[in-house]
Design a protein. Sequence first.
Lengths: 141, 141, 141, 141
Amino acid sequence: MSDDLESRLAFVREFAQTSPYYKAMGMSIVEIEDRRAVLRVEIQDAHLNADGIVHGGVLPAIADGAMGNALRTLRGEAAQVFTVEASLQYLRPVTGGSLLAEGRVVQSGRRISFADVEIRDEASGKTVARGTGVFVIQDKG
Amino acid sequence: MSDDLESRLAFVREFAQTSPYYKAMGMSIVEIEDRRAVLRVEIQDAHLNADGIVHGGVLPAIADGAMGNALRTLRGEAAQVFTVEASLQYLRPVTGGSLLAEGRVVQSGRRISFADVEIRDEASGKTVARGTGVFVIQDKG
Amino acid sequence: MSDDLESRLAFVREFAQTSPYYKAMGMSIVEIEDRRAVLRVEIQDAHLNADGIVHGGVLPAIADGAMGNALRTLRGEAAQVFTVEASLQYLRPVTGGSLLAEGRVVQSGRRISFADVEIRDEASGKTVARGTGVFVIQDKG
Amino acid sequence: MSDDLESRLAFVREFAQTSPYYKAMGMSIVEIEDRRAVLRVEIQDAHLNADGIVHGGVLPAIADGAMGNALRTLRGEAAQVFTVEASLQYLRPVTGGSLLAEGRVVQSGRRISFADVEIRDEASGKTVARGTGVFVIQDKG
């Protein structure tokens, strides 16, 4: 692995560890490599609606995190990643357990980048949601 | 206003007040009427990424909440609302302040219901995101 | 109306009239103004599936046309409009008659532009589909 | 292969061959199996905008066809397939050649079915677009 890639991956790990939102949501990076990131979140009471079903906003949150970090591996700390559009299909209701969200870069161009994500129940391996996103990666400074 | 509508709106208010996710995210209902709900969220440190930009998952969360509650006014406690698909367009980056998310029922049929949402910065009134969703409303019990 | 706007609108009208796809699909512009375009299409046998229902690809076609032309009013012949992402919600099945698709610019920035579209049955005025799109407007030459 | 599956696949082939829209668009099924369909379309003048770029509505049309036919293999002539929502990401502009659209069933439940699609340039094999859709499969009669 080149030093450059290693420093970009280190940036992404650091980004996730120091982002207040990751801490608040109980999200962490469990795998990170070039163009791919896997996030883990353990469903907590704080993710539930009054009817015991996971709130519909929890899955897009980890979906966005997984796609965003996959994209952050491309440029590391030299650039910021902005979500332009995101879509998510909810295949199965989630009531508890832990989720793994695997985000991958589909294509990254000068203007626009595309990513997708698959969210699985960690215990059963079943896919609970799938999504796609459009992003802009912008030079810092 | 019919007693029936009033009891459905009371259910939605109660649902939001007792949902752990609303509390964790700092979301509350500020307006609720037949087929329409407005949620408010004050951006907190817990919503930010390490770069000070609101995490891309915060906006879909309040978008889903606003659409879901607009749909809950249709059947009240007699039914559960499940998100099937959701899309969001991010028009402007958000760094702080308070957001209002206005969700409306677009159409509700026997099998499928549609809603949309607009998220505005409370201070400036500027639209920061717009989205749509597909939902299933399912009888309880 | 400024001469400049008039020349941009004239370009869009010309664009639609000379596009082979518009002719093949039976689409035409019925209204065009700054940031807004209305397309009309008369449902023909060539739009149907074997079961007599309009093919699911007809509505995105006129949706894309309406949004694209709304965006073309911004820069006229100086730029090309590329679709990056498009989403459509199908509210009602369509079996015949004529459709009007109204596309509007939601926001246009340096990198990314957003539009939305509503498709109505011309006779009843009922909305049959609603959609959104992300676009890039690129300088020609 | 069971006789039942064979008769369902035969129905889908027949459906595509007799659909006026397929003929008008120059689309045909090149592969069909349980839960998967590949459509081919040769880009013609009739698919172009005035600027020589394939109209943004052509790709959703073959995307919808590929996903719809993948879903039709599930129930054959016993049911109708209705598109509820469709999203498409445009990865590369298309100016000519032939396209292959591969649609697959992601999940099919009692109320809702999900599919996805990948569109590739036939000569280069490069992916030009990717999409997802939500569908309802409804009993006939």
